[in-house]
Design a protein around this ligand. Structure first.
Ligand code: AMP
Ligand code: ZN
Length: 490
């Protein structure tokens, strides 16, 4: 097979550390090592959380497309994350376990499985490792022991990291001063407001469901420590890219960086290697003006709610990819419906290619320029909105050999992650949970309506249509996608 000239565009990514676009140069030639801050499994993830994983997955897919051997780690936080990032409040897991009168282990299992179900529904590829925080507690204690003398101090409530012992603390957040936003001196005795617990002691007379022995007494690790330890254990320091949502740029990641500086014995951030990762990348937020994204509201926006309302989960993936990951993205049901329609169009347009053998490489003169542009778009800090328009162009390409077209679409789809060659029209038609009418009833009514129209009995035909509408079924005469009906979401 001839060597394909693609993809050769330089990969440029926005590094939050420098706030600039930088060309990607892997630490280990030919490899890309990626760490993503995963969920705290005390509740279902909301769709905003899932945006962070669609982003990390897209980054991983682009790295694979560019030919790097990818090692991706996503952690599962099942201990240590407090209700307030500034060391105040309770452990989120302990609190939920108490509210639901269950063990933390059961809570963690239930919500980890729910998260994994969302991961799979969104076609997010499995990482090389799901690292579970409670599996790494001995390594966390060892890490803390190695930095304790030089960088930490003990208070009755735990072992605290002294942020003045590393250079440029908070550079990532651009909040180097102690007066920086979001710093609340919640714990008495802290030397600096930004200092944070790396080990939280169980208060005397109390027993936590999850606690371990340590040189600082029984207790549990701090949340920030977990990610430093697991990334170092599984990827080695320095690794290539660390990702998370933009809120992590303010506290969680600066704290990870401080610990990484401490463990590598290098105070200076001039040497990017010692922040732990060479690049720190952050997705912006999904915004919902209805306030339904708050996990404390009753019917909060989780992927299952979208599915219950009749939206295929990949419509949400489409919604995410239509925006650049660094832009805020506003959620609305109308936007989601539009994303679903775009996906339906794609599925229908590629259907004729499903039985075609793909060519071993894309080399048709009308198609290689498209693949080049696609490569340039995704290599330009993951410009998925542009990549999607090129994908549309590829799908609409006429008078090109089908084998070539299929090869092109497969290459692009491997990056966008819709799995178009296996997705069908029927897959996309999800039944809203509230719908009571069955598909068979709908089809039977539509058959009678066709007969009535053939007999020019328009009164009966209209009556059937109105009857269906009353039961939540919209008849779609003349739909350009040739859908005959749809169930209205509740
Ligand atoms: P958590 O489980 O709270 O640690 O959050 C999981 C991930 O979701 C983190 O990377 C957060 O930064 C990210 N995140 C939280 N809220 C949003 C949102 N509204 N939009 C996008 N990402 C978010
Ligand atoms: Zn983390």
């Amino acid at each position: 097979m001839k060597e394909s000239p693609l993809p050769s565009a330089p990969l440029r990514l926005f590094n939050s550390l420098t706030r600039t676009l930088e060309e990607f140069h892997p630490v280990h030639p030919g490899e890309a090592r990626l760490y993503t801050c995963g969920p705290t499994v005390y509740n279902y993830p909301h769709i905003g959380n899932m945006r962070a994983y669609v982003f990390a997955d897209t980054l991983g897919r682009v790295l694979s497309f560019k030919g790097y051997r990818l090692t991706h780690v996503i952690n599962i936080t099942d201990v240590g994350h407090l209700t307030d990032d500034a060391d105040a409040g309770e452990d989120k897991m302990e609190k939920m376990a108490r509210q639901q009168a269950q063990s933390i282990w059961d809570i963690a299992k239930h919500y980890t499985e729910a998260y994994w179900a969302d991961i799979s529904s969104l076609n997010i590829r499995q990482p090389a490792h799901w690292s579970i925080a409670t599996d790494y507690v001995p390594q966390m204690i060892d890490f803390a022991k190695s930095i304790a003398d030089e960088h930490c101090y003990e208070l009755p409530s735990g072992l605290y990291f002294d942020t003045s012992t590393v250079a440029d603390y908070g550079r990532l957040a651009r909040a180097a001063t102690e007066e920086g936003e979001g710093r609340i001196e919640a714990v008495e005795g802290k030397r600096h407001a930004a200092d944070f617990a790396i080990w939280r002691k169980t208060p005397p007379g109390e027993k936590r469901q999850m606690e371990w022995d340590s040189p600082w007494g029984k207790g549990a690790p701090g949340w920030h420590l977990e990610c430093s330890v697991m990334s170092r254990e599984l990827l080695g320091l320095p690794f290539d890219i660390h990702t998370g949502g933009i809120d992590h740029r303010e506290i969680h990641h600066p704290n990870e960086i401080a610990q990484n500086q401490a463990i590598t014995g290098c105070g200076s951030l001039d040497c990017a290697d010692h922040s732990g990762a060479r690049m720190w990348m952050h997705n912006n937020f999904l915004i919902d003006r209805s306030g339904k994204m708050s996990k404390s509201s009753g019917e909060f926006l989780r992927l299952q709610l979208l599915i219950d309302k009749g939206f295929h989960p990949l419509a949400y993936r489409m919604l995410c990819l239509q925006a650049h990951y660094r832009s805020e993205l506003e959620f609305s049901w109308d936007n989601l419906a539009a994303a679903l329609t775009r996906l339906k169009r794609m599925v229908m347009a590629v259907a004729p290619l499903k039985d075609v053998m793909p060519a071993p490489e894309v080399n048709h003169p009308k198609l290689t320029p498209l693949l080049e542009k696609f490569d340039a778009a995704v290599s330009d800090d993951l410009n998925t909105p542009v990549a999607l328009t090129l994908f549309d162009e590829a799908i609409g390409m006429k008078k090109v050999p089908a084998e070539q077209k299929r090869a092109l679409i497969e290459a692009m789809d491997a990056v966008l992650g819709f799995g178009l060659m296996t997705l069908t029209r029927e897959d996309l038609r999800l039944r809203p949970k509230s719908a009571e009418i069955s598909e068979a009833e709908i089809e039977a009514a539509l058959d009678s309506r066709k007969d009535a129209r053939a007999a020019k009995d328009f009164a009966t035909s209209d009556a059937i249509r109105d009857g269906l509408a009353a039961r939540g079924v919209e008849v779609m005469d003349g739909d350009p996608l040739r859908w005959e009906w749809k169930l209205d979401p509740a």
